[in-house]
Design a protein around this ligand. Structure first.
Ligand code: C5P
Length: 224
């Protein structure tokens, strides 16, 4: 069988990460979390005292953090300058700063190269392929993906899931942060969040994680 790419884009908190990790495990595919890369750059900027709202300052230092993405769906997502920051990149400070940093074209250009290199490396002879999640995978990063999925969910449902994950954080605040990220991600000039041509839209609101995983797996052509 030829290796394949499953591109999963969608709004913040729609269940992309959990879904993609499980789909990858079920199908024996690698997994790339591109959101973790944007978060890692953002974490680095905060660590180095860069003003994340100063586009030029962020652009000037975009090449500095040394990033390495893990592609094991059960493993850690990312290291920066050799340090595993899988936990740190989920902090509230990073979550609030990541969408502004992700609007900066120099950041996107740098990560685009990295993303394409990781994907290409997973498509060698005998490999099964890779599940890639983000906002612009099917539209910009890998438009030739064999399977394209666009995941959304009602804002209230997303906030409830996220608040539960975060151990009972404030629902209204969580929902506001999610919607603010969607607004910036959808409105930016470079590679905004869109449903790409040919992407199957799945609204996950009424479904359990397992049901969503089943639906995504059913879109993947049978490997023979
Ligand atoms: O998926 P996650 O919520 O971890 O993504 C964090 C942020 O990274 C998004 O809100 C978005 O601003 C940015 N992002 C992006 N393009 C991607 C993946 C993530 O702009 N392909």
């Amino acid at each position: 069988a030829r290796p394949l790419v499953v591109a999963v884009d969608g709004t913040s908190g729609s269940g992309k990460s959990s879904t993609c990790r499980q789909v990858a495990q079920r199908l024996g595919l690698a997994y790339l979390d591109t959101g973790a890369q944007f978060r890692a750059v953002t974490w680095w900027m905060l660590e180095h005292g860069v003003d994340v709202h100063d586009t030029e300052a962020v652009a000037a230092r975009a090449a500095e953090p040394a990033l390495e993405s893990g592609t094991d769906p059960t493993g850690p997502t990312i290291t920066v300058d050799g340090r595993d920051v899988s936990t740190q990149i989920r902090s509230e400070a990073v979550t609030r700063a990541v969408s502004p940093v992700s609007t900066v074209p120099a950041v996107r250009a740098r990560l685009l190269d990295l993303q394409r290199a990781v994907i290409a490396a997973s498509l060698h002879d005998g490999a099964a392929g890779i599940v890639v999640e983000g906002r612009d995978i099917a539209s910009v990063v890998w438009p030739q993906a064999e399977v394209k999925v666009y995941l959304t969910a009602d804002a209230a449902a997303r906030a409830a899931r996220r608040a539960a994950e975060e151990g009972g954080s404030d629902l209204t605040a969580t929902q506001e942060t999610l919607l603010e990220r969607d607004r910036i991600d959808s409105g930016r000039a470079t590679a905004p969040l869109v449903r790409a041509d040919g992407a199957v839209h799945l609204d996950t609101t009424p479904f359990t994680l397992e049901e969503v995983v089943d639906q995504v797996v059913s879109l993947v052509p049978q490997q023979v």
